[in-house]
Design a protein around this ligand. Structure first.
Ligand SMILES: *[C@@H]1O[C@H](CO)[C@@H](O)[C@H](O)[C@H]1NC(C)=O
Ligand SMILES: *[C@@H]1O[C@H](CO)[C@@H](O)[C@H](O)[C@H]1NC(C)=O
Ligand SMILES: *[C@@H]1O[C@H](CO)[C@@H](O)[C@H](O)[C@H]1NC(C)=O
Ligand SMILES: *[C@@H]1O[C@H](CO)[C@@H](O)[C@H](O)[C@H]1NC(C)=O
Ligand SMILES: *[C@@H]1O[C@H](CO)[C@@H](O)[C@H](O)[C@H]1NC(C)=O
Length: 511
């Protein structure tokens, strides 16, 4: 029996009301700040604690201004980006002056603002705590933590210098109390930091929206901690990031929204703003709305505060039984990989289109087929994994832009290792087939389409991105109990850059 789950999504930048949303009082105001971090020009040169503090105070001054603005706009929670206080590219020793030893809030209650004498060398924690308290909001920031480690009791995971250095998110309650500390698990070329000995699954509760979970940057692509949080029914995630954009599949806002839609969660994403590092793209995403910012070429290199009123999604506050919900949302499937990878039935589908070619997209060898008609239907497979597309280009006989449908099933191995099944409809950067899969930011061809694949995972993240990095909410998404995911979209507002179904085969990552 096929269990069909239809989701009709509506897209709006302000508040939107839909059948899936909670009662009127179940809303809160969230804020994220995209920060143009003031950098240390020589991050590999060690500096004194005093000099490191002087540097961080300049970024903290900006945080303070933004906390004041967010409070004026009634924000109840404010998120700052990864590395927003110290910047990047430190060595293990050159970051020393920036480190504070952050006490574990699960072990002790501490309000750094009102009890500054409890722990030495915690100026940054104190300032952040006082900011939360002064502006009466929950505040999330990312900073560098030093934890001495017992060489005797944990000799295998303790670095030889007897200390762990962690990339860390801290959360302060609106009275300044430190309520959560999360150590990033999936590091991305960060030689100053250690991977924690165990993945940490960290949540905190708020009176206005219930439970939130914490992840950082690269974590979003991996099972631990991200999917572990989802499996614990955490439906509101906080995501400080320092993410370098990479089209056609991993631009910041594109993947942020895809994750929110695919996981059916709220994501509060705060990125760094830097032209040189190609970092921009922050937002407040819910399954029915997206409030986001993505700087364009030539925009001034400056920060941006985003504030949005969003629905509470905590299942307990919504009065839902979490077990019921899991059954309802995900069919009978409770496992990691719900679906076998049997080849799809061919009866109703077109035969694989003959004129396929292989081109590299995001360092992966996609099998592509060109869309060479005004309207049509194409299939493309990589092994037994097949993607199907029905399309109609608008206006008929319009631009000469080249589009292709690509399929990839395999393990991505460059700058991180993760296993994927992806169906992607892309605008090719040039007129040649060889340009398909390369970066392009502009397009003028609109398209009505239906994109479909049968996935060996229930974790499939959908996205539609148009000209100059504008997001569209897919008109309709449908998942069947055997893993078939269909995305239908029409009435595009601008030319199509990329539409994808991005399946993460977490269960195959370690193979
Ligand atoms: C980090 O340093 C390397 C050289 O050591 C440089 O190539 C790179 O651009 C730097 N990255 C950042 C984020 O500053
Ligand atoms: C802080 O440092 C001072 C001077 O080094 C020391 O006397 C005091 O005990 C320390 N306080 C804590 C809480 O460690
Ligand atoms: C998403 O969550 C809402 C509850 O917030 C639920 O009603 C809906 O069915 C879920 N959608 C999917 C596709 O799981
Ligand atoms: C499009 O490609 C198919 C083969 O994939 C070919 O049969 C068809 O003639 C082509 N159409 C045009 C308009 O070039
Ligand atoms: C997918 O395509 C690539 C490139 O053609 C190929 O090397 C790989 O074996 C294919 N994967 C499967 C599962 O057939």
């Amino acid at each position: 029996m096929l269990l069909l789950v239809f989701v009709f999504v509506r897209f709006s930048l302000a508040s939107s009301v839909g059948q899936t949303e909670p009662a009127v009082d179940s809303w809160y105001v969230a804020a994220v700040y995209e920060h143009n971090v003031i950098l240390n020009p020589e991050p590999r040169v060690p500096l004194s604690r005093l000099a490191a503090l002087r540097h961080m105070q300049r970024n903290l001054d900006i945080y303070e201004e933004q906390a004041a603005r967010a409070a004026q706009l009634d924000a109840q929670i404010l998120v700052f980006p990864e590395d927003g206080l110290q910047g990047f590219n430190f060595s293990r020793s050159s970051i020393s002056g920036y480190l504070e030893t952050i006490p574990d809030p699960q072990q002790e209650s501490w309000n750094p603002c009102t009890e500054p004498g409890e722990h030495n060398n915690t100026e940054v924690l104190q300032r952040l705590s006082c900011m939360a308290r002064r502006y009466d909001l929950y505040l999330v920031a990312n900073m560098a933590d030093l934890q001495p480690c017992p060489l005797k009791t944990a000799p295998s995971s303790c670095p030889s210098d007897g200390r762990w250095q962690f990339n860390t998110n801290v959360v302060f309650r609106s009275d300044g109390q430190l309520v959560a500390r999360y150590h990033k698990h999936n590091l991305y070329f960060e030689e100053a930091f250690d991977t924690p000995p165990q993945p940490e699954i960290i949540t905190f509760d708020t009176p206005f929206a219930g439970r939130f979970g914490l992840i950082t940057c690269f974590d979003i692509l991996f099972h631990k901690p991200t999917v572990t949080l989802l499996q614990k029914h955490v439906r509101q995630l906080i995501f400080p990031t320092a993410w370098m954009n990479q089209l056609p599949l991993l631009d910041t806002i594109q993947f942020q929204q895809a994750f929110s839609l695919g996981a059916n969660v709220t994501l509060l994403a705060a990125n760094i703003r830097s032209d040189r590092l190609i970092m921009t793209g922050s937002g407040i995403y819910t399954p029915t709305s997206a409030t986001y910012h993505h700087a364009q070429k030539g925009d001034p290199e400056e920060g941006r505060l985003l504030v949005a009123r969003v629905p509470v999604l905590d299942p307990l506050l919504m009065g839902q039984s979490v077990l019921m919900e899991e059954g309802a949302v995900r069919g009978e499937c409770h496992k990691e990989s719900c679906f076998d990878s049997a080849p799809p039935e061919t009866a109703s589908s077109v035969l694989p289109s003959s004129a396929t070619f292989v081109a590299s997209m995001m360092y992966d060898s996609f099998t592509f087929v060109l869309l060479n008609e005004t309207r049509g239907e194409v299939n493309v497979c990589n092994g037994t994994f097949c993607c199907h597309l029905q399309y109609q280009r608008l206006p008929p006989g319009g631009s000469k832009e080249v589009y292709a449908l690509g399929a990839f099933a395999g393990t991505h191995t460059v700058n991180g290792r993760y296993t994927l099944q992806v169906c992607a409809l892309v605008r090719c950067a040039g007129l040649d087939a060889s340009s398909c899969g390369q970066e392009v930011e502009e397009a003028e061809s609109k398209m009505d389409f239906l994109l479909e694949g049968r996935f060996g995972t229930r974790y499939v993240y959908p996205s539609v991105l148009v000209n100059k990095l504008v997001l569209e909410q897919p008109e309709r998404l449908e998942t069947t109990a055997d893993g078939r995911v269909t995305m239908k979209h029409s009435k595009m507002t601008d030319g199509l850059l990329t539409a994808f179904l991005y399946g993460r085969m977490y269960h195959l990552d370690d193979e």
